[in-house]
Design a protein around this ligand. Structure first.
Ligand SMILES: [Zn+2]
Length: 63
């Protein structure tokens, strides 16, 4: 946990994970927003649901 780094989306510099803003350009670092994280996990679930659905359909539908 202590040595994880976040790459700034704007200037590509490495920042400590404890920082809220980039040390180089001052822009907000994306991974520090819990709301965004919850939203991302929702999209991940939806994405995997679609992937699994497609795989099932590939096996069940005759070509
Ligand atoms: Zn930056």
């Amino acid at each position: 946990m202590s040595h994880e780094k976040i790459t700034c989306l704007f200037c590509q510099s490495k920042n400590d994970k404890t920082l809220k803003n980039c040390a180089n350009c001052g822009m907000a670092l994306a991974e520090n927003h819990p709301e965004g994280k919850a939203r991302w996990s929702f999209f991940q679930k939806a994405f995997w649901g679609i992937v699994i659905f497609c795989l099932v359909m590939m096996y069940y539908l005759p070509r």
